[in-house]
Write a protein that binds this ligand. Structure first.
Ligand SMILES: Cc1ncc(COP(=O)(O)O)c(C=O)c1O
Length: 432
């Protein structure tokens, strides 16, 4: 109860931050968003998900191209206008006197930013390090863990290549044994997934690596169940949350994992080149920083932030992205993006020659959906969507996956989704 109250007060404080006089978000959006909120106050969450006027206010907060339809938000997402403006404002300030404004003024913003991210993530600020992307945060943990010759790590062939390569490098350098499972996605059975990891465990297994949302096809993995199974055998779990943070409505401690890394420039829509690392407090000491620190075995999470001179404007712009996220609400955002995905995918899934590579059940997917058309390569489908309809997607050919990945975001409109459905219907209809 006391905890709930404390977290309510904290939440209220940060929301006041979003709508406080000094926040850019407040200056630009508060009036329009408050009246949009008032209009939907009597609606159920399900109705809000489909209220195009409400989402229109959010769509207008972005400056995305009106000529090209961007449906590769899984790669990287645009920032709302307020976030862009914050970065520009901080950049101008930095250039008025870099060493003064960056190291004496903007630097002061890192601790409040840590607190803001911690609130969003549901963690202690002392467990959050701010960095530049998921590759940096996860590679830092992978290289920093005290693994030795013969220790085993279990991952999958469908994890992100930068993490796979980091484990292979550790195998080369330190003699660890890196084992990979392989899944045929979509899998609509959590127990089957957990059992696959469990069956691969040996007495030498020290670590399991799980990608929370598989980037290739959007499968949501049962992270908490994997963590509980692993912990029962004394094994730690590292989670790649590049596609989950800012999209799915969860707090990091809900996952029961030990280590978590994410980009912030995907679904959170933070400035491009921003990331975050989380390490459970009592485990910070045992992870060595990838770069350097005067106390590399110390318990201070800031030891991972000695990145040398970097973009303070980008880092400080993250705060406005958190304001934006809190103002929308994480659950609402997740529901809306899943609704957009299911809207288009359900309309094309039974067309002749069309195959979906992603489950449409809410527990197994959200934004991302893979699609293929018999008789076309993913590259041909991707090219047809762009050349004929100016719809930008991405072709995926990786391991046992071959499809086009389509990823809407909060700024995507229903009219966009209708146009996509028409395009897929026409393209699939032309294949002999
Ligand atoms: C699952 C996953 N992990 C990590 C990354 C790396 O993210 P970044 O390029 O921000 O380092 C990506 C990028 O797409 C990803 O999909």
């Amino acid at each position: 109860m006391a905890n709930n109250r404390r977290s309510f007060i904290k939440q209220a404080a940060v929301l006041t931050g979003a709508f406080s006089a000094t926040s850019l978000f407040n200056q630009v959006h508060a009036e329009e968003w408050r009246s949009a909120e008032k209009r939907i106050a009597h609606l159920t969450p399900g109705q809000i998900t489909q209220d195009e006027d409400f989402w229109g206010a959010i769509q207008r907060s972005y400056s995305v191209s009106t000529n090209i339809m961007i449906l590769n938000n899984g790669g990287v997402s645009p920032s709302p206008i307020v976030v862009q403006q914050a970065v520009e404002r901080y950049n101008q300030l930095a250039n008025e006197g870099p060493s003064y404004y960056m190291w004496r003024i903007l630097d002061q913003g890192r601790e409040p930013l840590r607190e803001k991210l911690a609130l969003l993530a549901g963690t202690l600020p002392e467990e959050i390090a701010v960095n530049r992307n998921a590759t940096e945060s996860l590679n830092t943990i992978i290289y920093g863990l005290p693994l030795k010759t013969g220790d085993e790590v279990i991952g999958t062939r469908q994890d992100y290549p930068h993490m796979i390569q980091a484990y292979r490098q550790r195998a080369l350098r330190d003699g660890i044994i890196y084992k990979q499972l392989s899944f045929d996605f979509p899998v609509e059975n959590e127990e089957q997934i957990v059992k696959a990891y469990q069956d691969a465990i040996t007495p030498k297994t020290k670590l399991i690596h799980v990608t929370h949302v598989i980037n290739w096809v959007g499968q949501i993995m049962p992270v908490r169940k994997i963590c509980d199974m692993a912990h029962a055998q004394g094994i730690e779990v590292i989670v790649d949350g590049a596609h989950s943070f800012g999209l799915l409505d969860f707090k990091i401690p809900d996952l029961h994992c030990d280590y978590f890394g994410t980009s912030l420039h995907k679904f959170l829509s933070a400035p491009i080149g921003s990331g975050m690392m989380w390490i459970k407090k009592e485990k910070i000491s045992k992870v060595l920083p990838l770069l350097c620190d005067d106390n590399p075995q110390g318990p201070d999470i800031r030891k991972f932030e000695n990145l040398g001179t970097r973009s303070f404007p980008i880092e400080q712009g993250i705060g406005e992205a958190v304001n934006f996220q809190l103002a929308i609400g994480s659950k609402r955002k997740e529901d809306r993006i899943r609704y957009l995905k299911n809207y288009w995918a359900a309309k094309v899934q039974h067309l002749p020659k069309v195959k979906l590579h992603t489950s449409l059940k809410p527990e197994y997917s959200c934004a991302i959906c893979g699609i293929s058309v018999d008789g076309m390569t993913p590259q041909q489908l991707d090219a047809a969507l762009f050349n004929q309809y100016k719809i930008h997607t991405t072709a995926i050919v990786f391991e046992n996956i071959s499809c086009v990945r389509i990823t809407p975001h909060v700024y995507t409109t229903i009219a966009d989704m209708d146009k996509l459905v028409k395009a897929i219907t026409a393209i699939a209809g032309q294949v002999k």
